[in-house]
Design a protein around this ligand. Sequence first.
Ligand code: HEC
Length: 218
Amino acid sequence: MKTLFQSLALCSLIAMASCTHIPIDPLDSDCDPGTVDFTTEILPLIVSNCAMSGCHVSPDAADGLDLTSYAGIMEEVKPGDPNDSELFEVLTETGDDLMPPPPSAALTSSQIAVIRMWIDQGAKNTDCGGDCDTTAATTYTDVATIIASQCLGCHQGAQPSGGVDLSTYSMVTFAVSYQNLTNTLHGIMQSPQMPPTGAMSDCNIGIINRWVRSGMPQ
Ligand code: HEC
């Protein structure tokens, strides 16, 4: 919806500017391919790995640090300098300082790399999630990519939240068939909203829904 409004606002800008031929999208440079996007790449990764209940989410946030917003995250980030950013350092610490603490799984090296790159690129509060092909067929790989960044922090390991493990193909198909996974994406039919901090983009929800409707191909 937000994206729709943004495009509408953009359209009226274009209409106004059309006689002077001003180039339009002011956000373009922040959304170049190769630029890490805060809203679609960084925020979900941090929320799902750091903001599970009892950790970095209000009202009882550990260390008073709520990591569910850009402002909260920036308390631990020095733009352009990952090595001086606590948020980055704790991901690779050893012993007691490592985050997320065991038994939660550490972030993968590619997840750590994307956080590093975002900080290197200036740690901007971008939202480049506008492009979405709402008809393209989707594969389990597409779905697994979304789940890895948005859900796995809470839904894997010895005690996955709600008893729902989403770390393999068969577990995801089980969660769709028996644990209301698709309802949780909208928080409907008495299902809790997933992720708990708010629905994912329509684009991501659409990818999962199309995969389910096409019979959950492996
Ligand atoms: C911050 C932690 C967290 C994240 C991130 C998260 N979940 Fe959950 N999830 C929970 C908790 C806690 C429960 C148990 C809640 C309850 O039963 O009220 C749960 C329950 C569920 C359930 C069971 C629902 C039911 O009706 O019993 C499903 C399915 C689920 N989550 C799917 C997902 C999916 C898919 C994602 C990613 C899009 C996700 N979750 C992201 C914490 C999380």
